[in-house]
Ligand binder design. Structure first.
Ligand code: COA
Length: 260
């Protein structure tokens, strides 16, 4: 599958999606958003892909935001539509039912930070910088940022970032729980691939059900979440992979999952 603004490479069941507009610091315009929608819908239905890594082209930026050229001239109605499209595409990423790892190789600003937030795991280069600078433009994050950032790092920290528009470095992002790990810049992609391979070697029914159960926190009460967890746990117990995993434990060997 070929795109103009993103690159897609699939190898050993790992897909790498690279936002590829280096002359615009990988800012996401409408065409890129449409391509992301097509790409993630293709990845969802592709049995050759277990795990996805999202990153940006070049040394400087992961994604420097939504394309500001396309913000110019928006009104109340078109602004809402603009926001809803980004929300929809980023929610597709979050609900892919396959793990998505953000390999944040540089600036993750505005829509870029929101893209990272829509991924399930965030790994950052020590050169990465994060922020929601929309307030400088007189607007607010519109691709899910006010919701996902607040749930992830708490309302006080989210308010500080969104209201000040200030950028933070990778160490601070790690300290406040915005990213899982920070690596030296040159090691980031290898580390992301290592983690992807590790997850890809597990029973994928369990991986999918675990992700579903984790995400159910966003929509369900504690009680409903427990119910979902128990149902998913039961489904896992009915798989050949769970028999193999437990057998391998007793036989003191690595399990050989077949994804059934
Ligand atoms: N939308 C559209 N174009 C963008 C962009 C964005 N979000 N971010 C960067 N670019 C473009 C610049 O306009 C410039 O294009 P040009 O060469 O045609 O003029 C190019 O990318 C390089 O950026 P530049 O500003 O020259 O790099 P810099 O190192 O001096 O500054 C930033 C980097 C990130 C500080 C600066 O580009 C910036 O503030 N970008 C906007 C960030 C933002 O507000 N994001 C949220 C948007 S809602």
């Amino acid at each position: 599958m070929e795109f103009k603004n993103i690159l897609l490479a699939i190898e050993n069941k790992i897909a790498v999606v690279t936002i590829n507009r280096p002359d615009k610091l990988n800012a996401i315009n409408d065409a890129t958003l449409t391509e992301l929608e097509k790409c993630f819908s293709f990845l969802k239905n592709n049995d050759e892909v277990n795990v996805v890594i999202v990153t940006g082209t070049g040394e400087k930026a992961f994604v420097a935001g939504a394309d500001i050229n396309e913000l110019n001239g928006l009104n109340v109605k078109s602004g809402k539509i603009f926001s809803e499209k980004g929300q929809k595409v980023f929610s597709m990423i979050e609900t892919l039912e396959k793990p998505v790892i953000a390999a944040i190789n540089g600036l993750a600003l505005g829509g870029g930070c929101e893209l990272a937030l829509a991924c399930h795991i965030r790994l950052a280069s020590d050169k990465a910088k994060f922020g929601q600078p929309e307030i400088h433009l007189g607007i607010i994050p519109g691709y899910g940022g006010t919701q996902r950032l607040t749930r992830l790092i708490n309302s006080g920290r989210s308010a500080e970032l969104i209201l000040s528009g200030e950028l933070i470095d990778a160490a601070e992002a790690l300290r406040i729980g915005l990213v899982n790990k920070v690596y030296p810049h040159s090691e980031l992609m290898n580390k992301a691939k290592e983690l992807a391979v590790k997850i890809s070697s597990k029973g994928q029914v369990a991986v999918k059900l675990a992700l579903q159960s984790i995400l159910s926190c966003n929509e369900m009460t504690f009680k409903e979440g427990f119910k979902t967890e128990a149902e998913s746990f039961g489904k896992c117990c009915g798989t050949e992979d769970s028999k193999e995993g437990i057998k391998a434990f007793f036989e003191k060997r690595k399990p050989n999952f077949k994804n059934r």
